[in-house]
Design a protein around this ligand. Structure first.
Ligand code: SME
Length: 163
């Protein structure tokens, strides 16, 4: 199996998602191990888009626990309602943050992060965890990212039976 996700990195954002989402879905379809599924998903997104940090926080024992990720070392636990991730979990909705310094309670795992999107992974009405993506540039994420990443997380949720 060889999938060179970086070949899509010059396409406009929407086209990039359109080309790459089916490939990521085929990569994780039928995968029963949650770590494998999450690890390859964030690796593929990082390779295609080159964002600063792409990873997962998963709900465990009433907190978010750091899961598979690509990027610098990050905070390991986040409480419900805290930071962008904890807020996305509490509200069960995607948070698009154009400027992390303007988000009250933003948790700065790295001072290089300037904007962020957090997409909850929802299965049968329950938030299993969140996809967190950080950018070194302001206002990197918009409604296009929200739409495609929510679609991808809905697909991934189906494979996360054991969470
Ligand atoms: N900024 C996040 C914390 C996680 S790091 O960005 C990887 C937050 O405010 O929840």
């Amino acid at each position: 199996m060889e999938t060179t996700f970086s070949q899509f990195s010059t396409l406009p954002k929407e086209e990039r998602y359109e080309q790459v989402l089916p490939l990521i879905k085929s990569l994780i379809k039928g995968e029963e191990d949650p770590v494998t599924l999450l690890a390859n998903t964030c690796a593929a997104l990082k390779e295609v888009f080159g964002w600063f940090w792409v990873g997962f926080y998963m709900v465990k024992d009433g907190q978010l626990h750091l899961g598979p990720f690509q990027g610098p070392v990050a905070c390991t636990r986040i409480a419900k309602g805290r930071g962008v991730c904890g807020t996305a979990w509490e509200k069960a909705e995607t948070m698009v943050v154009e400027d992390v310094d303007a988000f009250p309670g933003h948790i700065a795992c790295s001072s290089l992060s300037r904007s962020e999107i957090v997409v909850p992974i929802i299965r049968k009405g329950e938030v299993l965890g969140v996809l967190d993506i950080d950018s070194e540039k302001l206002a990197t994420f918009n409604a296009i990212d929200k739409r495609f990443l929510e679609e991808l997380m809905a697909f991934a949720a189906e494979g996360l039976e054991c969470y």
